[in-house]
Design a protein around this ligand. Structure first.
Ligand SMILES: C[S@@+](CC[C@H](N)C(=O)[O-])C[C@H]1O[C@@H](n2cnc3c(N)ncnc32)[C@H](O)[C@@H]1O
Length: 495
């Protein structure tokens, strides 16, 4: 610890990651799906996004590059994070993103806060349950001042009771790790090894329930920077959803739903007997507690709104018909069955396959998808189409129809490639900025490289492989990316 982190680690930089649940389009869609009046971000709207605890700023950079008319402000107290984020922004010549080095415990009262405009969207990913109570209080004061009426806030956090049985595991890793090693990442590694040896020695509170043992076995294979930020903070404390809702009420924020869209559908989340218990309550927070008792979900992605305006189902459905969707997987890869918290859901091939095919050349409005050629099935339920395709991660809400890749998006993708190819594993998950989508498309570093080569006119798998120093047999992997992934990325406007 360096002394200024209020218990949050500061000696190891966090890793760059993109989490689709933070995307403003998805957040607005989560509100609409839950019957809350919201304008989907569109065209040249002057949207302001505020990210709190932005790490090295990858998400903020991707949103800025994908939306040149938006303003993005991203805050972190770690100067190494802010320096890295600013360096990327300068290299990609992004002028619509500001990275602010500030402590969220006091930012609301700081002069620097005057630089932050009212926000349409605020996102806090991986922050709330990892920080001291004084920092959480500071965040609520900042939200009270900076979220515009009607604005949307996303917060992810470790939730109880799912984390309950694993609290001992974290405490053991944290406390033992601090004795066994110096730097936070090494502490996490040593703490995990110790906990794993205790699991092998049949420690009952690591072995039961099974989810703790499974998690402990998997932890060792995760990146050390992630483990350090996940496990080595002094104030990490999972909490109940109602406690977050109570804290956010201090900023006049009301809980609306989840940005994991599937979780907004009781029928897809809970069994029939579980739903019967849930339906005994009108209070949404109590209904969420019942849900949290029933599903094994350690991280919640909640959406709050300041000034909820309810709309009727016909009004909601009319708005959903205008939502633009783009595919993130090839139509041929749409499964006929998918896993959901309540078990399995079947996807009618006669309905979903033609819908997905209709997006082969680019995003389309939901109303056009429902009327596309050969679609067989219910054409009057946009919420189901969107809930399944977006909820299962097969499609994303898009912001702009018929625009090209976007100069800023191309520049950022090139910067990401230049920098990450030097240091990162080629199969690492990253994301590509896209003006058409107005958000980032998840893909691997290798896929990003192949897409950039295709943009430059190179689609010869052997040649592209040679550029990476790959052996000839690995050309097959590149060939399969060219055949199956490039059409999706082209349709999404990545190149
Ligand atoms: C787990 S990381 C998440 C980063 C980013 N949101 C992501 O998902 O990649 C949490 C971040 O919060 C920052 N942080 C922790 N306490 C903070 C504070 N008091 N003020 C500002 N930033 C803080 C850390 O430096 C770290 O970058």
């Amino acid at each position: 610890m360096t002394g200024w982190g209020s218990g949050y680690i500061t000696d190891i930089a966090y890793l760059s990651g993109w989490y689709r649940q933070q995307s403003p389009g998805l957040l607005a869609l989560a509100c609409l799906m839950n019957g809350v009046e919201t304008a989907m971000p569109a065209g040249d709207d002057p949207v302001h996004v505020l990210e709190l605890g932005c790490g090295q700023g990858y998400a903020a950079l991707l949103l800025a590059a994908s939306n040149p008319t938006w303003r993005i402000t991203a805050v972190d107290f770690n100067p190494a994070h802010i320096a890295a984020a600013r360096a990327w922004a300068a290299e990609a010549r992004l002028e619509n993103v500001t990275f602010l080095e500030a402590d969220l415990a006091t930012l609301a009262e700081d002069r620097a806060a005057r630089m932050i405009p009212e926000a349409d969207f605020v996102t806090l990913h991986g922050l709330w349950t990892w920080i001291a109570p004084a920092v959480r209080d500071g965040i609520v004061r900042l939200l009270r001042d900076k979220v515009r009426p009607g604005g949307i806030v996303h917060v992810s956090y470790n939730v109880l009771p799912a984390w309950g049985p694993r609290i001992g595991m974290q405490r053991l890793i944290h406390d033992a790790g601090r004795v066994l090693a110096g730097r936070s990442d090494r502490q996490a590694e040593e703490g995990i090894k110790l906990a794993q040896s205790l699991l092998a020695a049949e420690a009952i509170n690591l072995r039961l329930p099974a989810s703790t043992g499974q998690m402990l076995e998997q932890l060792g294979s995760l990146p050390v920077a992630y483990l350090a930020h996940e496990l080595m903070n002094e104030n990490w404390q999972p909490c109940f959803m109602a406690d977050v809702a109570a804290a956010f009420a201090g900023a006049k924020l009301e809980w609306v739903g989840s940005s994991n869209l599937i979780e907004n559908f009781p029928a897809l989340t809970l069994t029939a007997p579980q739903q019967a218990v849930q339906q005994r309550f009108d209070d949404p927070l109590l209904r969420e507690l019942v849900k949290d008792m029933c599903i094994d979900r350690a991280l919640r992605h909640d959406v709050f709104v300041r000034g909820v305006r309810r709309i009727t189902q016909p009004v909601r459905d009319a708005a959903l018909l205008d939502v633009i969707l783009g595919m993130s997987v090839p139509a041929d890869e749409l499964p006929l069955e998918a896993s959901i918290p309540a078990g399995k859901v079947e996807l009618s091939r006669a309905f979903y396959h033609p819908v997905a095919q209709a997006m082969a050349d680019g995003p389309r409005r939901t109303k056009d998808l429902l009327q596309a050629d050969h679609v067989q099935g219910r054409k009057d339920n946009p919420a189901e189409l969107i809930g399944i395709l977006v909820g299962l991660g097969f499609a994303e809400p898009a912001v702009r129809l018929g625009v090209g890749p976007g100069a800023a998006a191309i520049r950022l993708n090139q910067v990401a490639l230049r920098r990450m190819l030097r240091t990162e594993n080629i199969n690492r998950p990253v994301a590509a900025a896209s003006l058409r989508m107005g958000t980032a498309m998840p893909l691997t570093l290798l896929e990003l490289f192949v897409a950039e080569q295709a943009r430059q006119g190179n689609t010869d798998a052997l040649y592209v492989g040679e550029l990476l120093g790959m052996a000839a047999h690995q050309g097959q992997t590149i060939d399969s990316i060219i055949q199956t992934r490039l059409p999706v990325l082209r349709a999404a406007g990545v190149f």
